[in-house]
Design a protein around this ligand. Structure first.
Ligand code: LMR
Length: 394
């Protein structure tokens, strides 16, 4: 049977991660996979996470199953963190999932169950695993323009024009903040316009929230999403704790369905739990437990927020330094967008050949579309990157 299998295309981001690991150059720089790194190049366990682990190690009495939706304390904490007081908890159905990718996958499963002939609109570009999973699950897919490679800014006119073609019941995938791979985000006015359009054409928003707290702040990064959730009749949200809690390998995420019509909540909740049961039964608990312990303890929560804010400000500083170094070296403002974008990623605007040259000649690794992870830099490597960018003719 298994001889019928064909080799699968390798994931580009993860292939790059492997290539980087096998590079023996000691001065190599990893700007590939979206993992936060401090100035020493480490991805540390956050202080509050360590403290919560210690606490939980002492308190935990059993490893028995929790529940198909995960621990309610985790859902409550995440609903509060993501939605603030914009939406009443009674309107939200939610299940814990293995990471944000798990939430996205389960959202697609739910969409397919409810409306198998729907179409999902994704931004061009988007995280490559989005279309990959949509195709794998077998849902129709279409693209809307989002980013203009020449101006390195949002092509909002193109976006609105494309979203104008949406039919009632289609799903629109939106990045809540820190757009991956471009770092270019919608303004509040643009969110409003998108909401009006989605209301007019009966679209269902599906929002991927992977970087809350990495852009403009915890509240600011959720502001657009909260507008959508409070104004649209139905909103699906997949949120990840990988980045903002730094618990990547614990696979901690949540899928929420916000329903203005409260009478839909129970059925939606049972469907979400059914889908968990079909796919992996109980979601992982450890990371989710750490999140709820942190969020329900004033001291731990304050410390987590402070550390996260430090991470965010550090990335902003690196963005500004890189834009400055490139302005000096290029004698132009064409890289100023790097200081304006938010989150871990920006697209440099290099050709695949130039990206390859950076890797081959300078040991600088970034994704083939020239997406770079700002958090992979430090104040010493910024000038090295800037120098290489100019030498590579970007
Ligand atoms: C990324 O885009 O690099 C991250 O979301 C990690 C991943 O799984 O691809």
């Amino acid at each position: 049977m298994l001889n019928a299998l064909k080799p699968q295309p390798a994931d580009k981001i993860l292939t790059l991660m492997k290539l980087y690991r096998s590079d023996t150059r000691t001065d190599k720089i990893d700007l590939g996979v979206g993992v936060y790194k401090n100035a020493a190049g480490e991805t540390p366990v956050m202080r509050a996470v360590k403290a919560a682990e210690k606490k939980w190690w002492q308190e935990e009495k059993t490893k028995s199953y929790v529940g198909l939706a995960g621990d309610p304390a985790f859902s409550d904490a995440m609903i509060a963190l993501v939605l603030g007081d914009k939406v009443s908890q009674e309107t939200v159905a939610a299940v814990a999932t293995p990471g944000g990718t798990g939430a996205f996958r389960q959202a697609l499963e739910l969409v397919k169950l409810a409306n198998p002939s729907t179409k999902i609109w994704i931004s061009s570009p988007t995280w490559p695993n989005h279309p990959s999973i949509i195709n794998y699950v077998g849902i129709n897919i279409a693209e809307y323009r989002y980013f203009n490679n020449d101006t390195r800014a949002i092509d909002f006119e193109g976006m609105i024009e494309d979203l104008g073609n949406i039919r009632s019941g289609d799903v629109v995938l939106l990045h809540a903040c820190c757009h991956n791979p471009t770092g270019a985000n919608l303004t509040q006015a643009q969110w409003s316009e998108v909401i009006t359009l989605m209301q007019q054409n009966g679209a269902i928003p599906l929002i991927d929230l992977a970087y809350q707290g990495f852009g403009d702040g915890l509240e600011e990064d959720a502001a657009g999403l909260r507008m959508v959730a409070s104004e649209m009749p139905e909103t699906l949200i997949g949120a990840s704790c990988s980045k903002n809690f730094g618990i990547y390998r614990e696979r901690t995420g949540i899928l929420m369905a916000v329903l203005q019509d409260k009478s839909l909540r129970t059925t939606t909740q049972t469907n979400l739990e059914f889908l968990n049961r079909q796919n992996y039964s109980f979601p992982p608990d450890h990371g989710a437990r750490l999140v709820s312990l942190i969020m329900n303890d004033d001291t731990l929560r304050a410390d987590w927020k402070a550390e996260l804010e430090n991470v965010r400000l550090g990335m902003l500083k690196l963005r500004e330094q890189l834009a400055r170094e490139l302005r000096q070296r290029s004698g132009s403002d064409r890289f100023d967008f790097l200081a304006e974008h938010r989150g871990m990623f920006s697209r440099l605007g290099a050709t695949p050949e130039q990206v390859e040259s950076l890797r081959r000649d300078y040991g600088i690794y970034m994704v083939g579309d020239s997406r770079l992870n700002i958090a992979g830099l430090n104040s010493k490597t910024v000038p090295i990157l800037a120098e290489a960018v100019i030498k590579a003719g970007i």
